[in-house]
Design a protein. Sequence first.
Length: 150
Amino acid sequence: MKCPFCSVDNTRVIDSRPADDGDSIRRRRQCDACGRRFTTYEKVETIPLIVIKKDKNRETYDRRKIEAGVIKSCHKRPVSAEAVTKCIDDIENEIFNLEVKEVDSTQIGEIVMDKIKDLDQVAYVRFASVYREFKDVNTFMDELTKLLSQ
């Protein structure tokens, strides 16, 4: 495993234990070169998932894209890193529980919006404004009205 700090590929496992969900293993590692510690998670690789984009192009599923979107929407919000990680895990579990080989990016976006809504309402509006591509204030207000009526 390559060290995320100095990029040396000589690290060793200090501790291994099951992660919260029991479906992955949490490993504490230490770099032999710089001595810094970091955590990795090991999961069973499932069926490769293909995402069908809006323009009908296909690409492999990438968890990092969901992470980036959720983290950006929660920027400067009182949401803990643990809550964000759990939200992303829940999103990923729901996507893989569909048990399909291909999934539309719009379906993934709806799952993300549903999970973010439970995490933080401001983060939800931020994500929705980008995902739904609000063109004007009226469409933005329509989404806020839906949120407030629930």
